[in-house]
Design a protein. Sequence first.
Length: 405
Amino acid sequence: MAIIAHLWLWPVALFALDLLYIAAASDRIEGLAERTYFYVGGRYEHVTQSKFGAGEVFTGQIYVEKLVPDSLAAHLFGNPIEAFQAYDRFRYPLVFIPGAGQTGTNFLNTPDNRPGWASYFLNQGYTVYLTDPPQRGRSPWIPSKGTVEAAPVRYVQAYFTTPERYSLNVWPQASLHTQWPGTGLVGDPTFDAFYASQVQLQTSAFISDDNNKAADVALLERIGPCILVTHSQSGPYGWVAGDARPDLVKGIVAIEPEGPPFASESFGPSGPTRVYGVTRLPLHYFPLVHDPNRDLKTVVVPPSGPNLSSCTLQAEPPRRLVSLARVPVVLITGEASYHAPYDYCTVLYLRQAGVEVTFMDLRAMGVKGNAHFLFMEKNNMEIADLVARWLGRIDEGGWLTESQV
Ligand SMILES: *[C@@H]1O[C@H](CO)[C@@H](O)[C@H](O)[C@H]1NC(C)=O
């Protein structure tokens, strides 16, 4: 009798079990979203082509995919508790700007088909914008300016997927790399999927800098306040955009931004040196910088510990990055990456110039074995959790220091 009387409870119990299962599995479920896309930036330009002759074409625009979290889906398929919390407060959208030779696919699923950071942050209630930088991926390349090339296999293996195999004569931390899914070599399905997603990039860093600044600022002006997530080559684009529009850039998550300050990177090709410290393009310093080679006086400070590079900083008293200082920054570095020896120099440089930086030195935080593509490696969601905690504070108007993360 008692059992029959309580039969109505069964659906409730099953639903509760569903929620438990979904909560446990939420890091394996794609974030459901309403998707739209648009192009932004660019201009009409007069070109002469072999087939069409002379005429106007549109160049410099970028492809942007906008994913708005489906609130019902987030409740059902995301972590239900997180989802409920997500919707009762405002969150700035996240704009992902991928690194050299990459596109917005970097942040969709991973090359071994796990959910990527886009899904993670959708499930947390963030609107996500995925961009293809100018002249790359779905952002058209009209050969009017510069030329494009692609990174060969040996480069992608040595710097990204299997630095541990190249660990002679490179950075000492390379041997600590353990987080790439699969062997990281040609023939492995995950490597081949990743390599197939590599696209062309503009070979001139100067053309690339100008194109990206124009497109990123156009995007900011279209969508309004947001948080930038940059990686590698796009690190300086984030500094430039934040410096240009600190009213619209509410935070920057810089994953291993191109560096180090001023100097050439010792282990890999990081492009022409950054004469404005962290960028090649001008930034707003005070006192004003008219000629960076003359006005930005530098000193080289010795490595601050084992396996680290020396850093080029400003001589005292430093000029301040008065505009970028309005933007909170978190800088993330993997233990085994070619950035591990010198990303701390970028942190020191920005802090010296007055920028508030949280340094997520994953090694120091006990997160082991990551290289340059840490946001798609095996523990990508563990690192996403750390970023989410930091972002949570920005939404509340503050930000975390290392000791709080
Ligand atoms: C330096 O690198 C080696 C690997 O070559 C590693 O075993 C060691 O833990 C690293 N030390 C520090 C302090 O990073």
